[in-house]
Write a protein that binds this ligand. Structure first.
Ligand SMILES: [Zn+2]
Ligand SMILES: [Zn+2]
Length: 150
């Protein structure tokens, strides 16, 4: 029960606390992670919903992915940091942006990177598991042009 980690947004208004280790974690190069962070990739850690406690005001933005599933980002309405998200395909899990943990931010092991098809050409990791997309990727519609990846 002592495996508890806290984190939050840049301004400190939105905070969260997780218990235990992530059930899955990955570096993700998908266009949704690139645009939700403004960075080259996202670092995702998924926890069972009941292991995550959130405090502060949260604003949501929902969209439908190429696979026809919902993706909802949860962000701080004050500073705009996107620290959490929910995926329609995994309603029991909540995604945590690993860089938002209080130091040390990257306290759990990561061995997987996904959606390398849209990875920035200058990003080279030594993660052993690399996937073009993910096992759950099943496109049923096209993304808007601004989101199209590789
Ligand atoms: Zn904030
Ligand atoms: Zn992603």
């Amino acid at each position: 029960m002592d495996d508890i980690h806290n984190g939050g947004c840049q301004c400190g208004q939105l905070r969260y606390r997780v218990e235990g280790k992530p059930v899955k974690a990955a570096v993700c190069h998908c266009r949704y992670c690139q645009t939700r962070t403004g960075s080259a990739f996202g670092v995702s850690a998924y926890f069972p919903r009941e292991k995550v406690t959130v405090s502060g005001n949260v604003k949501d933005y929902s969209f439908t992915t190429e696979s026809g599933r919902s993706f909802t980002t949860h962000f701080c309405p004050t500073c705009g940091s996107n620290v959490l998200w929910s995926l329609g395909m995994s309603p029991d899990l909540i995604g945590v942006a690993a860089g938002s943990f209080d130091p040390p931010s990257f306290w759990f092991p990561i061995s997987r990177e996904i959606f390398i098809r849209s990875a920035a050409p200058f990003v080279h990791t030594d993660l052993p598991e690399k996937h073009e997309t993910t096992a759950s990727y099943a496109p049923v519609q096209e993304d808007p042009a601004a989101l199209k990846g590789g």
